[in-house]
Ligand binder design. Structure first.
Ligand code: NAD
Length: 496
């Protein structure tokens, strides 16, 4: 329970400077990014904007720490100890971190405090515990030769993260990267940098050597671009839009062909077959996953594809459920759904809603304007029925609380509509026919398919998309492979 929330916000010590070589430092040319909270438009401390020279300095420091092996050569159990300590320190500071993330992104305090940051802590503990329990490989020994196949750290890795779940996405990348022995330079989104800047100091307090984790603040097309183009960065791992993801691939090609990992956008389908006999449960799960965090979730099921025979019945249930996700004051611990991250993002979502109306689709949810705080950015859950599967609102990622409904006659048509997308992040099929569930799940083009569920997972399973939703995986033991290279060592021996 957090008491005196407003008073605590006034007393927050907010760090806005980059963190390089274990200290907060001024950016070289001292420029900053003005910020205001999307909760109510209040001004927030501006963030330092790093330029190419700041990035070069951070990479140089990271490279020095990598080369002196102060971290890379630590025994796995020692690395694990540091990450577990960091997880404890994040837990001790959860109230402050939740407040920082809330004022910066507008997502509800309840959500950060009880759900998102506890999940981020779990991510650290899971990777730390896993890191000294897996093995590399060796070929079966022969009389005069032997070979090992080992994972080697990449060296300096660059990480670039978005604003919609700041610490979870950052830890999905930082923790396996560090545990594999790399040194890290992270550029968080300019909309969500306060909490990770605080964590950087906690990492030093936990025993991470200086210079192994560096945070560079600033704009994507300046600081992020310089990081992705840097020739001493050996891997760049990005979560964000598909548009920028494609640029990251180009930067890798233009520079040193560094390894690239991309977790990008989605337009995930939620299919309900005529053979689904749990419509209430499906409606609960669908509304939670599309309207939670104002729809700002990459894997949100933003396309409902449903058999026409059950569509009207289902929409009735869905409308009732969607009312639970009307945004409310993000600073109350009672409320699950808060604000959209910024005014510009809100305008973008509203522009899509206008386009949907112009395309002939029909809004079936309330069109009442929301008044939560003057100057805040909020959008009502919006459901469009009668949507053309090729229209803009059915094809493009809106990244807001907007669901499109497409009626189909058969399950084969449902699969066609579902796969008619450049994205392939997540998908779901709801049916009580076991054969149909299996066959449809095999045919859906997505990195993650849920059967009679959505969004359920834990740290043991990988997360990541196919097609234009990305390359590579976050989470699970597969993540350790992302932050390393495979090396073969072949050995010949003489007879004794
Ligand atoms: P974005 O692509 O605009 O920005 C993401 C990050 O990239 C930010 O740190 C930004 O500063 C940086 N960036 C922007 N331009 C850059 C450039 N030219 N070079 C290098 N870096 C640059 O995305 P966003 O608006 O912050 O986040 C929303 C997007 O992220 C959505 O498309 C969403 O689907 C996606 N996302 C994907 C996942 C996933 O795991 N697949 C998770 C969360 C968000």
């Amino acid at each position: 329970m957090i008491l005196n929330i407003e008073e605590k916000i006034q007393n927050l010590q907010i760090e806005t400077r980059p963190f390089i070589n274990g200290v907060y430092c001024k950016s070289i040319d001292g420029r900053s990014i003005p910020k205001k909270s999307s909760i109510d438009g209040r001004e927030l401390p501006s963030l330092e904007a790093c330029n190419e020279k700041d990035i070069d300095f951070a990479v140089k420091i990271a490279l020095e720490t990598y080369k002196n092996k102060i971290w890379a050569d630590l025994e796995p159990k020692e690395k694990k100890r540091v990450i577990l300590k960091l997880a404890d320190l994040v837990e001790d500071n959860i109230e402050e971190l939740a407040l920082l993330d809330t004022i910066e992104t507008g997502r509800s305090l309840k959500n950060y405090y009880y759900d998102s940051i506890p999940k981020a802590i779990e991510v650290m503990r899971w990777f730390a515990e896993a890191s000294d329990k897996f093995f590399d490989h060796a070929i079966p020994p022969r009389k005069n030769s032997f070979a090992t196949i080992t994972r080697e750290p990449l060296g300096v890795v660059g990480l670039i993260t978005p604003w919609n779940d700041p610490l979870v996405v950052a830890f999905w990348k930082i923790v396996p990267a560090l545990l594999m022995g790399n040194s890290v330079v992270l550029k968080p989104a300019e909309q969500s940098s306060y909490s990770i800047l605080k964590v950087a100091q906690l990492a030093i307090d936990a025993g991470l050597p200086k210079g192994v984790l560096n945070i560079v603040t600033g704009y994507g097309n300046e600081a992020g671009k310089a990081l992705a183009l840097h020739n001493d960065v050996r891997g760049i791992f990005f979560t964000g839009s598909t548009f920028v993801g494609k640029q990251i691939l180009q930067y890798a090609g233009q520079s040193n062909m560094k390894k690239v990992g991309l977790e990008c956008g989605g337009k995930s389908p939620f299919i309900i077959s005529e053979k689904c006999n749990q419509l209430e449960e499906a409606a609960k799960v669908l509304t939670k996953n599309i309207f939670y965090n104002q729809g700002q979730i990459c894997s949100a099921p933003s396309r409902l594809i449903i058999n026409k025979k059950i569509k009207n019945k289902f929409l009735e249930i869905l409308l009732k459920e969607s009312e639970k996700y009307i945004p409310k004051n993000p600073l109350s611990l009672e409320n699950e759904v808060g604000a959209i991250v910024s005014e510009s993002q809100k305008n973008r979502v509203e522009e899509y809603i206008k386009t949907g109306i112009e395309s002939g689709a029909r809004i079936i949810t309330s069109k009442e304007e929301l008044k939560i705080h003057n100057g805040g950015s909020y959008v009502n859950p919006t459901i469009f029925d009668d949507v053309d599967p090729n229209s803009k609102i059915a094809q493009e990622e809106i990244f807001g609380p907007v669901l499109v409904v497409i009626g189909v006659d058969t399950v084969t048509e449902a699969i066609e509509v579902a796969n008619n997308s450049k994205y392939g992040l997540a998908a779901s099929i709801w049916t009580n026919d076991f054969d149909e569930a299996y066959q449809v799940s095999r045919l859906l083009e997505a990195g993650i398919v849920h059967i009679n569920s959505y969004g359920d997972d834990d740290n043991m399973v990988p997360f990541g998309g196919i097609k234009e939703s990305g390359l590579g995986k976050d989470k699970s033991v597969y993540a350790f492979d992302e932050y390393s290279e495979i090396k073969t060592i072949w050995m010949n021996f003489k007879n004794i």
